[in-house]
Design a protein around this ligand. Structure first.
Ligand SMILES: [Zn+2]
Length: 467
């Protein structure tokens, strides 16, 4: 019992409700061991004054290196239309200018910001594998290992979603900007992924860093390759993530190549199941939603990125009605705030439908906030295979404290607290963050914060001198 740690906040969020007068305890392994309202337990627990605690959020989809292009793509690049595709060229510039060490530095910056916003686990969709000219590094997993190292240094849990990328697109010439991503032979991709799993198992606890796979998209991975990777992953019990239907052009190309839309193609080839998460799924039809629902697959929405890139508005109202679970990703990391993704999922639909409270499951006053928050926690954890997602006995003590007196949520009380947090909390409201019972953010700061920010600033200064 000596190694037990306890916390007593004003409010504790579990089972979809805020409770008061209850302390949470964790054992020496950082797992939640019990909850108690016994007077002697309330006495020994660390008192978190004017705080509510909630389970740490799970960011199911991130490309950490893209943190380096934040604020560098919000200007016109031509006299026609700027689109996702013009943005992508700027992203490739950054991807090809970063040294291995820079990639670690930028990942640390992104992970630090995630932790500071209450995110305790991340699914990192990692497709930088090689040198900028496409040459393999002696260790083909050099970059993936550095990203995992960055996660360990900051303390965030990570699913390294090792990404398969094969071609620019059907009948498209190779794009030199993509040389760093490409593994032409599927045997190499699987062997390299196996090697990374072995390294991860040697260096990390299985719930702090693990490896899964992510065929990039139907555009970038031809069907045979995709099937081989996905079936192998399924046999190994690994989650599979894939970008689907982010832009109309990729759907047109898929129809031209295969005579089917992307999710239709995945369904026909038995590639959808409950371990599959489709990223974006913006331009999808009711039939495609049925395929996802039937398979038990889920959708990772990335509204802050999707609005930034002009991708469109995902039909979350339709897929929610059919029972397809949603989770969130910070994706391009132009903004890192999963609560903003949560509220934008709802707000985009309000603007589109000229209607309010679209995704509320019932008449419960906190029902909408509870379901949006469950996407950011439980559903995200299930999507990436993370151990957290809820404050429950046996789960890790991954949680964050919000300051009840933060200007953005002051006066929320108990009855409207979750709605205030989901719809109005500013990042400043997130005060402390724990992973496995260890305080990583204390009073808004990480112990490596200064160093991480300074090194990132140095990389940025070098990267953008040409502008
Ligand atoms: Zn993405």
């Amino acid at each position: 019992m000596n190694a037990e740690t306890g916390w007593l906040p004003d409010f504790l969020y579990r089972n979809g409700l805020f409770e008061t007068g209850i302390a949470m305890f964790a054992d020496e392994n950082g797992r939640i061991s019990r909850f108690s309202s016994a007077p002697q337990d309330l006495e020994t627990a660390q008192r978190l004054h004017r705080c509510a605690i909630l389970p740490g959020m799970v960011n199911a989809h991130s490309h950490s290196f893209q943190r380096a292009i934040r604020g560098r793509t919000e200007h016109r690049t031509n006299l026609g239309r700027d689109t996702f595709w013009t943005w992508r060229e700027a992203m490739y510039h950054a991807a090809n200018s970063l040294s291995p060490e820079d990639i670690r530095v930028v990942a640390r910056m992104a992970f630090l910001e995630m932790l500071s916003s209450g995110i305790t686990a991340v699914g990192e969709f990692h497709y930088l594998h090689h040198a900028p000219d496409g040459a393999f590094y002696e260790n083909p997993n050099l970059l993936g290992e550095l990203v995992m190292q960055a996660a360990r240094e900051t303390g965030i849990r990570i699913a390294l979603q090792r990404t398969a990328y094969v071609r620019a697109g059907w009948r498209m010439d190779p794009n030199p900007g993509q040389a760093r991503f490409i593994t032409p032979r599927v045997e190499d991709f699987i062997a390299d992924t196996e090697a990374l799993r072995t390294t991860a198992a040697r260096l990390y606890l299985s719930d702090s860093a693990w490896v899964t796979v992510a065929p990039h998209s139907v555009r970038a991975v031809p069907l045979d390759y995709l099937r081989e990777v996905a079936f192998w992953a399924r046999g190994e019990g690994m989650k599979v993530h894939m970008h689907v239907s982010e832009q109309p052009a990729e759907i047109e190309a898929c129809e031209a190549e295969y005579g089917a839309r992307p999710i239709e193609l995945l369904d026909r080839n038995e590639l959808l199941n409950d371990g599959f998460t489709g990223i974006h799924a913006i331009h999808i039809t009711p039939d495609e939603i049925e395929f996802l629902a039937k398979a038990g697959a889920r959708i990772c929405a990335c509204p802050t990125t999707e609005r930034n890139l002009g991708d469109g508005i995902g039909p979350a109202d339709l897929w929610t009605k059919k029972g397809v679970p949603t989770c969130y990703g910070s994706d391009s990391n132009m903004q890192i705030d999963l609560l903003e993704d949560a509220r934008q999922l709802e707000y985009h639909l309000r603007l589109k439908r000229i209607e309010r409270v679209v995704l509320a499951p019932d008449l419960n006053r906190e029902g909408l906030a509870a379901s949006l928050f469950a996407h950011a926690t439980q559903s995200g954890a299930e999507s990436i295979g993370a151990p957290g997602g809820a404050l429950e006995e046996g789960r890790p003590a991954d949680f964050f404290a919000v300051d009840l007196d933060d200007l953005s949520i002051a006066g929320a009380g108990q009855s409207a607290l979750l709605t205030n947090i989901v719809f109005s909390a500013a990042r400043s409201a997130v005060k402390d963050v724990w992973v496995a019972g260890k305080p990583l953010i204390a009073a808004g700061r990480h112990n490596l914060q200064e160093e991480i920010v300074r090194q990132f600033d140095d990389v940025q200064r070098r990267l953008w001198t040409w502008q």
